[in-house]
Design a protein around this ligand. Structure first.
Ligand code: FAD
Length: 385
């Protein structure tokens, strides 16, 4: 019979960050179980790789304040690349309401210790990026330490470091059942045989509710399709640009390779395990792209290179972290609602703290526990892209 001190279900960026943080804290008997033949086939490999601290709730800001410096030091600390590029996030407000919202968020971010965020005038936006149609832009906010990482590299780096320090990874192994032992955990059944353990972490991304059900836990995490469109090489907009967000409709884009990566969250999308790319999305997004950046009229797009993936949504757009009520030893790291890459380092640290010490100093962990839904303590995040 295989045994492990901690079994982590899911080898994406969240599961591997938890494995890294456990190993770094001295807990080396960790087994990560991934059902696919390769890691990153879930949401991690589909992500846009944006990292930002410009959130509206203190707990999301705090998670970014750990995660972004972590990414900045990733290559030195782990010896593997995460490809952090601090090119910033620029939110462009087109209404007084949005401007006031950015200002209020910025005050919270600065109060919590974020140094590089500032309000930016419409004139400065116009002079930095004359290619933007700025007649309706009233101003914005910019944070220079926001930016991008390569999620796939970061995931591999986390796992490689954890493996170098004793953790194990099973690929092509699906967890099919979770055994209870009284009010706690007894082990897991997998397609590679049973594993005896008293601690299981659910890091199964968009599939987290299915895994939670195996332990008798009802988890409010729903898959929601998101689509991204990469462009062909394009040099009429600077490649040093930040992530630029048009707050009038949510369209956003960032440089990627020699072209750009275009994103827009269609409000008509409905929950479900849909991972097919919908070709009609191209016209919808290109219309919004050319509306904000007139030279994007000249963009070339190959629909075959566009893709779709799944966000793991919770009712209040915050993750669900920590031990499940009523099942001792069953830990949750789920429901990142579009922020799982940027919050993976903080999640790894928080989960490792909760598993090994039953407490964490990084955040008030009770804010993000599963019980908040039953107890009516939801904390709505509105800065969701
Ligand atoms: C289009 C798109 C753009 C995004 N952009 C951003 C962004 O800019 N910034 C950001 O921070 N986030 C972004 N996200 C969200 C981010 O990608 C996710 O929140 C993050 O990848 C979640 O990581 P994870 O490890 O929890 O899940 P996943 O990467 O999905 O990993 C979960 C793993 O669990 C495995 N698994 C499931 N069930 C089982 C089982 N029973 N047994 C064994 N293994 C199992 C799956 O195979 C999968 O590999 C984006 C997502 C999408 C789809």
């Amino acid at each position: 019979m295989q045994t492990a001190e901690v079994v982590i279900i899911g080898g994406g960026i969240v599961g591997t960050s938890i494995a890294y943080h456990l190993a770094a804290a001295g807990c080396k008997d960790v087994l990560v179980i991934e059902r696919e033949t390769a890691q990153g086939k879930g949401s991690t490999g589909k992500s846009m790789g944006g990292v930002r601290a410009q959130f509206s709730t203190p707990v999301n800001i705090q998670m970014s304040l750990y995660s972004i410096p972590f990414y900045a030091a990733f290559d030195d600390r782990l010896g593997y690349p995460a490809e952090y590029r601090p090119q910033g996030y620029l939110f462009c407000a087109t209404s007084e309401k949005h401007l006031a919202y950015l200002r209020a968020n910025q005050e919270k971010q600065i109060a919590l210790g974020l140094k590089n965020v500032r309000m930016i005038s419409a004139d400065e936006i116009r002079s930095l990026f004359p290619q933007l149609r700025a007649d309706d832009i009233l101003g914005g906010s910019f944070c220079s330490t926001d930016g991008f990482v390569d999620p796939y590299s970061a995931m591999n780096g986390f796992m490689a470091w954890a493996s170098d320090h004793g953790a194990k990874l099973w690929k092509n192994a699906q967890v099919t059942a979770i055994q209870r032992n009284g009010s706690g955990i007894g082990g897991v059944e997998t397609t590679k045989g049973p594993v005896s353990t008293r601690k299981v972490v659910n890091a199964a991304g968009a599939w987290a509710a299915d895994v939670a059900r195996m332990a008798g836990v009802d988890l409010p995490v729903e898959p929601l399709r998101r689509m991204l469109v990469p462009t062909e090489p394009f040099d009429q907009f600077p490649h040093t640009a930040p992530m630029i967000i048009d707050m009038s409709n949510g369209f956003h884009f960032r440089p990627e390779s020699r072209g750009f990566l275009l994103a827009w969250n269609d409000p008509e999308e409905t929950p479900g395990f849909k991972t097919d790319f919908e070709p009609s999305f191209i016209e919808k997004i290109l219309t919004r792209a050319a509306d904000r950046v007139p030279v994007f009229e000249n963009l070339a797009v190959n629909p075959k290179r566009a893709w779709a993936g799944l966000y793991e949504m919770t009712p209040d757009h915050h993750p669900i972290l920590g031990e499940a009520p009523n099942v001792r030893g069953f830990f949750l790291a789920n429901g990142f609602s579009g922020h799982g890459v940027m919050h993976a380092p903080a999640t790894g640290k928080i989960l490792s703290d909760l598993i090994l010490r039953e407490k964490t100093d990084l955040i008030d962990a009770s804010l993000l526990n599963l019980a908040r839904f039953a107890e009516g303590r939801m904390i709505e995040e509105t800065a969701v892209l």
